[in-house]
Write a protein that binds this ligand. Structure first.
Ligand SMILES: [Zn+2]
Ligand SMILES: [Zn+2]
Length: 313
């Protein structure tokens, strides 16, 4: 589920999916992005500056299983007048599936959240070493240390292995690394053992945040299974579904918008930006939310005003 799009192949405009060419363009809210604190290629401050240049006004930094980039991003955001939403993308095991839950407006200093994310990073570290052992057996030496060198040391993800194998010329693009080495049935596959959905929501809510199911169409679940996930998420107090995502096509956005209405959930929008080298996903270059869904940010400015008037009173 990490960085599935190739990021070193620039397709000519005519070969890009029609959805990307015709996507209406600027969305002032981009509520899903990654920095070098997880598997993005830009530092938190470079990411914020790029978002501001692209016209994004409200950006959420949502690194995988860490909030380590938030402080730097916040400082950069203040300098360039962009509103930063402190976020995180929590890895969850739901049945046999890995699902990502984005937490928005979390307090990065909340101890329960910090402990939960630390446990996930401990598992990631073990998993990365295990992937290294398995790749070694498959004839690829020193993959763990190579992937570690591609990361900033906070966590090592499969995307870092993918970048390493592309760099070494083992495989031509990152998508093929996943396909041939890192997914189920392939030599470097190690199953995920992540947080439960209940724990993830507990951490996010405990830290004062709102929970969003990230890029739901990417899980390739049947409609029935997806609706079971939405139902459980709603029962546990989850707030929103990412309706517009860098990895959703137009029909997927429309169908996710319908699900938000069926389940009484809010709608979110985020590019899931990882790197400027990926030509298909750009900061803020997102479709508008379909008109019949309620944006997760609808109450944000209201609550800020309320806060201001309370403080003034
Ligand atoms: Zn994700
Ligand atoms: Zn993401």
């Amino acid at each position: 589920m990490y960085g599935l799009l190739p990021n070193r192949v620039i397709a000519p405009v005519s070969l890009r999916p029609l959805w990307v060419q015709s996507a209406p363009m600027l969305n002032h809210y981009d509520l899903h992005s990654h920095s070098t604190a997880s598997d993005g290629t830009l530092s938190p401050s470079a990411l914020v500056r790029l978002a501001a240049e692209a016209g994004v006004r409200v950006l959420a930094l949502t690194d995988h299983d860490t909030t380590a980039g938030i402080a730097e991003a916040r400082q950069a955001a203040e300098a360039c007048g962009l509103e930063l939403v402190s976020g995180v993308e929590v890895s969850v095991s739901w049945g046999k599936q890995t699902v990502h839950i984005v937490g928005l407006k979390v307090d990065p200093e909340n101890q329960t959240l910090k402990n939960g994310l630390q446990a996930l990073r401990d598992f990631r570290d073990w998993r990365a070493q295990e992937i290294g052992h398995r790749l070694e057996k498959a004839g690829i030496p020193d993959a763990y240390s190579g992937a570690l060198a591609h990361s900033n040391g906070i966590l090592v993800s499969r995307t870092h292995f993918a970048r390493l194998l592309v760099e070494r010329g083992v495989v031509e693009d990152e998508r093929k690394v996943f396909k041939h080495y890192l997914v189920q049935g392939k030599p470097g596959y190690v199953p995920g053992d992540w947080a439960t959905l209940e724990s993830a929501l507990g951490w996010i809510h405990g830290a004062g945040g709102q929970a969003v199911i990230a890029h739901p169409a990417r899980y390739k679940m049947t409609r029935t299974k997806l609706r079971t996930l939405f139902g459980e998420f709603r029962e546990l107090g989850g707030e929103a579904i990412e309706v517009v995502s860098g990895s959703h096509g137009r029909d997927e956005c429309i169908s996710m918008a319908k699900h938000t209405n069926d389940f009484g959930l809010l709608a979110s929008a985020g590019s899931d930006f990882h790197s400027p080298e990926n030509p298909w996903v750009a900061l803020g270059r997102l479709a508008q939310l379909p008109g019949d869904c309620r944006p997760i940010w609808a109450d944000w400015s209201e609550s800020r005003e309320e806060r201001t008037s309370r403080m003034a009173g």
